[in-house]
Structures are given as C-alpha cells and as structure tokens.
Design a protein around this ligand. Structure first.
Ligand SMILES: [Zn+2]
Length: 137
C-alpha cells in the first residue's frame, strides 16, 4: 500500500511529506508503528554516520493512501541491515506478488529495483508480472 509519512527535523520544522510503499498486510494501527520504526531506523543510521552533526527526524504522522494494485508489495528479507564498502548500509527487499528484488540504501527511504530489473516493464507490479510471464523466469 501507499502511505504518507510526515516528519520534521532541525531544518524542516514545518514538516516533510513522503509517499512510500509499505507492506499491504499492515493494519490501520500498524501503519503508524511502521512509520515510527522507519524513522527510528533512520535516526540510528544517521547518528552512527554523522555523530554530532546528525539530523534526526521526528515523527508527525503516517496514514494509508490505499492499496496500490500497480505497486510492488515489498517485504524486507534481511533481519540485520547489510553493509558493503561500496554501497554502505542497505536492506534487501522482495516483492511478494511478482518476486523481483530490490534494495533500500542507508538513508534512502525508497526501494530501488535491482539492476536485473531495471527495464521499464518492472516499474509497476502488474506490468512486471506480465513481462515475467512472457519472458519466463
Ligand atoms: Zn511486484
């Protein structure tokens, strides 16, 4: 599902609105927890990285914008955040519907499709499913 997450930090006291993909199985109450956790993870990484210069984010609100049938339903596949000298910290995600893989890098809020799934057809889940069907896995 699509969610709207609003947070503030030292240089954005009025708040920043982000539209993100969250797992479809989240209930209304879990959406808020999901947003709070996302910012908690962000703050931990931010403090690790920038120490006293860290710009931590404060949760304002998080609400569902409804299920997006076209969108991928990303679920996190790693329990502990991965680290790589080239990419830094990242999490691995897989779509439960079409099966493609992606990563969320450190302080990035969006999930990026892996290089193998760079083609435009993979952008939305419905077209990805079609494409995979045609081409074979
Ligand atoms: Zn998908």
């Amino acid at each position: 599902m699509r969610v709207e997450l609003i947070w503030t930090d030292a240089i954005n006291p009025k708040g920043v609105t982000e539209i993100l993909d969250a797992p479809d199985e989240l209930s209304e109450q879990d959406i808020e927890k999901w947003g709070i956790n996302l910012l908690k993870e962000f703050n931990i990484l931010e403090i690790e990285r920038y120490r006293e210069k860290a710009r931590t984010r404060t949760f304002v609100s998080c609400r569902s914008l409804g299920t997006n049938n076209k969108g991928h339903n990303w679920t996190k596949k790693n329990l502990v955040t991965c680290s790589n000298p080239r990419w830094g910290l990242y999490d691995i995600y897989q779509c439960t519907k079409c099966g493609i893989w992606g990563k969320r890098y450190g302080l990035d809020s969006g999930i990026r499709r892996d290089y193998k799934y760079k083609a435009k057809a993979y952008k939305d889940c419905d077209t990805a499913l079609e494409f995979i069907e045609k081409k074979g896995r």
